[in-house]
Each structure stands twice: as structure tokens, then as C-alpha cells.
Design a protein around this ligand. Sequence first.
Ligand code: PEP
Length: 256
Amino acid sequence: MNDFVRKPFIAGNWKMNLDRKGALELAQELRERLGARTDVEVAIFPPAVYIDELARTLAGSPIRVGGQDCCEATSGAFTGETSAPMMVDAGAELVILGHSERRHVYGETDEQVGQKVRQALDAGLDVILCVGELLEERKAGETEGVVSRQLRIGLGSVTAEEMQRLVVAYEPVWAIGTGETATPEQAGAVHSYIRGLVEGLFDAPIARALRIQYGGSVNSGNVVELMAVQDVDGALVGGASLSAEKFIPIFEFDLS
Ligand code: PEP
């Protein structure tokens, strides 16, 4: 864990789960529990059709609402897609981009992710840019190469000033939804590599200020050991963000 210069950021990616009633109930429970706390940043990423109602439900609370993806174009013949300006219209403040399910289930390329980052920042959305290697890439010793390529292309158009609106999530694909978590040492090594890379792409103050979340089977039982790692500044949580019972202990992690 860092020295709190970088505020811890816990994000819940609901993926394609919950119905309208369940989403509203969960948002309200989180809101009540978080209260006016501002020492930790909490965001939820519901399915796109619920963004509007959840953003209105959570107005005035510190919980931020975001989208799980956006289109690389602003408008046009893109059946099924949602543009970044549309997300903003619906009340989203941020967006997850380059999630491994987008990259590996839907075949999104690094270049597309880079275009989406540009779209999102232009529309006024903050961005969580996900990077991470497949198991075979880790086994082949390619983790740093993969993360470096994803970051360089994903951040290709981002200015130094815009980096304040960007968070990186390191999500080893083999740890997502599998119950397998990277060890604190494995996470720490890649997080510090990412920070060094960003220092090379920008400068040391930008790298120091960048928040890097870990994602991959984070739960109440492992969040403390992960958050205790020097360069781990938060968590991107999938499965364990779908109930108040599981998500609240994660954002209430206690390092003392
Ligand atoms: C994710 O989808 O970003 C994720 C980390 O999922 P899970 O926590 O379920 O592994």
C-alpha cells in the first residue's frame, strides 16, 4: 500500500449480472454503508442500461458510477454499441477499457483500446485501463512484454495532463473469475514494472501519482495482503462486487 498520497480506489465491475431491482438494492446498501467516507474511492460499473437510474440514485453520494466499455467511435452505424458521450449523458463518470473479456472474448485489439481511451477522455470520462497477461504468456516469460505493449498502445494518445484522469488495472487473465489470485509478490512485481514504464513514457511525478489497481479474484480474505503491497493502490473486483456482504468488507479493508 502506498503512503495514501494515492487514494485507494476500489471498483466493482458487475459485468452482465443483476437485474434492475437487485442493482438498485445493492447500490443503496453500498451508499448507506459508505456514508460520507472519502478516504477510499468507490465506484460501481453496472450494465449500461442501469447506469442512468443508478447515477441518479447515487447522486450526492461519494460512490461513482461508470460504464464497462464504450465504442471507439462517437456515433454512427455501430449496432449494439454505446458511445462515450452517450455514457456521459446517462450519468457515467468513468469507464473500464481493455478489460480482458473485451480483449479475449470479443477480440478487441490494443489499437481499438487506444481509440476507446481517446474517445472516453474526449467525452469527459475518467478511464480504468486494464492490462494483463494470459497464463501461457506468463509461463513463457512474456508478462512484461504484454503489459508494456498494452500500455504503450493504450496510452498512445494520452497527454501528461490527462494522466490524472486515468487509472491502470493490472489484471492477470489467469486470475480473473478463477478463484486464483496473484501472490502479493507477483502483483507487486508487475505493479512496480508498470509504474516504471509510465515514468519512462511520461515522468516521475506522473508515475508516482498514477493509481494502479489489482484485479483477479479479489475478496475479503485476500484484499488486505494485496493492499499492503507498495504499488497496489486499489482493486478492480468482479464476482465479489455483486453482493453488499462481499463487497463492503473489501472497501472497508483495514491495514492496521
Ligand atoms: C474482473 O472482471 O475485472 C475481475 C477481476 O473479476 P473477478 O474479481 O471475479 O476475478
